[in-house]
Design a protein around this ligand. Structure first.
Ligand SMILES: [Zn+2]
Length: 453
């Protein structure tokens, strides 16, 4: 007997029999600022936004396994969600839905044509009181919106199949260009990149596409500081393109370890659209291929570790008060105030998270603007299906590897002034983070392979 001869009731029963291990629910909320607002990411901006290219979104994907273990993944078209916001939302989600912190992942696309999200990049601009109020009101509303989207996704949980596939894209280029004067932001075709485009497909039991979660390791910076209209840059265009070709589905962009990667070429709106199309086409190609169904249970681990800054003295910041760069002056003022308060800034908290679906796929989510070395090393240490996201749960600074730290340049040193932090990290930054990674990976049942040096 073949399926065609089975009565309809059997077919329905058959579908139920083979239904996957999961339920899923997806929701999205428009987080486009409703007024002109300062845009984050480029210190040379001189005025607030003048328009909107397309809406910005927060999107939430809730997944529940057959043991009632739940996770929620939240993606946002934003420069970076700060810990102050993610902690508040996570505490409310724990209280309201009983979801442990380890089971809630926040990611930001790092669009540089999105609004400022205080207190991310606190020393980048000196805003007027009115502009600061607009930004703080935006952050407050955003906190509510994230909670609303998470609740809506959890409220829509319904039987679903979840599968995984992997594509590649090649418009990211390493941007750390060596020059006789040191590293500068340019293009470095010889530098490391990570072309992976992981794709998680979520379908209802009748095969309807509900959501696509896809990632790429590349700064969301096709558009430069001369653009004053809000958009999600290439990541925004990619999501729009995917949703257009799959009406009713929600496309979610996960920013991976693109801290030292730029889109290439860049600086024109058409190029942001072109890179978005490239990514959307690759996601579509993967969606149409044979994907690997994921299995329950979902395990999760989360840890905050301390990252330590290189030793600094008060004298260094007193000297910096005379710097030509106003962001450095503001950073110096903040550091001197901390010295005055007898709490010089010596370390910062750093979130590390893992989510594992059966034995098939793990998402490792790291805070900050993680350079690509972390992704490449994590994939060597944990062979198998691994997605390494950066810009997750907090964006407190760039996260240089030991190599990048020793080479110096923007991601290692100069960027710290815009983040209001004292200076480079101590030389053990990569070791500390990998100790933390090994900890959360053990929590989801994974052990790193020993690498021959
Ligand atoms: Zn950045």
């Amino acid at each position: 007997m073949n399926f065609r001869q089975l009565p309809a009731a059997f077919l329905l029963f058959g579908v139920q029999l083979f239904a996957a291990d999961f339920k899923a629910g997806v929701a999205r909320i428009d987080i486009t600022p409703q007024t002109a607002i300062w845009m984050s990411g480029y210190a040379d901006r001189s005025h607030p936004s003048t328009g909107v290219v397309h809406p910005l979104w927060a999107k939430a994907l809730a997944i529940e396994d057959n043991k009632a273990g739940r996770v929620v993944i939240v993606t946002t078209d934003l420069i970076g969600l700060p810990r102050t916001i993610t902690d508040l939302v996570a505490a409310r989600v724990l209280k309201e839905y009983g979801l442990d912190r380890s089971r809630l992942l926040f990611n930001s696309s790092h669009t540089h044509t999105g609004p400022v999200v205080p207190p991310t990049l606190p020393t980048m601009f000196a805003l007027t009181a009115d502009d600061r109020q607009i930004a703080e009101d935006y952050s407050r509303k955003l906190t509510e919106d994230l909670f609303t989207a998470i609740g809506a996704a959890l409220g829509r949980l319904a039987p679903a199949q979840i599968s995984y596939g992997l594509g590649k894209a090649h418009f990211a280029i390493n941007r750390r260009e060596p020059t006789p004067q040191g590293m500068r932001i340019g293009v470095n075709p010889a530098g490391p990149v990570d072309p992976d485009v992981p794709v998680i497909r979520v379908t209802s039991t009748d095969g309807t596409l509900l959501a696509v979660l896809f990632g790429y390791a590349c700064h969301d910076t096709t558009l430069t500081g001369q653009f004053y209209e809000l958009s999600g840059d290439y990541a925004g265009f990619a999501q729009i393109d995917i949703e257009r070709s799959h009406p009713g589905a929600v496309a979610m962009f996960l920013m991976l370890c693109g801290g030292d990667q730029n889109p290439n070429p860049r600086s024109k709106l058409e190029l942001a659209q072109q890179h978005g199309r490239t990514l959307a086409d690759e996601v579509d190609r993967v969606l149409q291929s044979a994907l690997m169904p994921l299995k329950a249970p979902i395990r999760a681990g989360f840890q905050n570790i301390d990252l330590v800054f290189a030793f600094h003295t008060r004298a260094a910041f007193e000297a910096e008060l005379n710097d030509k760069n106003p962001a450095r002056v503001r950073r110096a003022q903040a550091m001197l105030k901390a010295y005055d308060d007898r709490h010089p800034v010596r370390q910062t908290l750093y979130p590390i998270q893992a989510m594992r679906f059966g034995n098939m796929l793990t998402i490792l989510a790291l805070g900050g603007e993680v350079v690509v070395d972390y992704s490449l090393r994590a994939k060597r240490e944990y062979p198998g299906n691994l997605i390494v996201a950066g810009y997750s749960n907090d964006v407190m600074s760039y996260i240089p590897s030991q190599r990048v730290l020793s080479e110096g340049g923007y991601e290692a040193v100069d960027s710290m002034a815009y983040y209001g932090l004292p200076g480079p990290y101590a030389s053990d930054v990569e070791d500390r983070i990998f100790d933390g990674i090994h900890g959360v990976m053990r929590a989801v049942g994974l052990k790193q392979v020993s690498l021959v040096p």
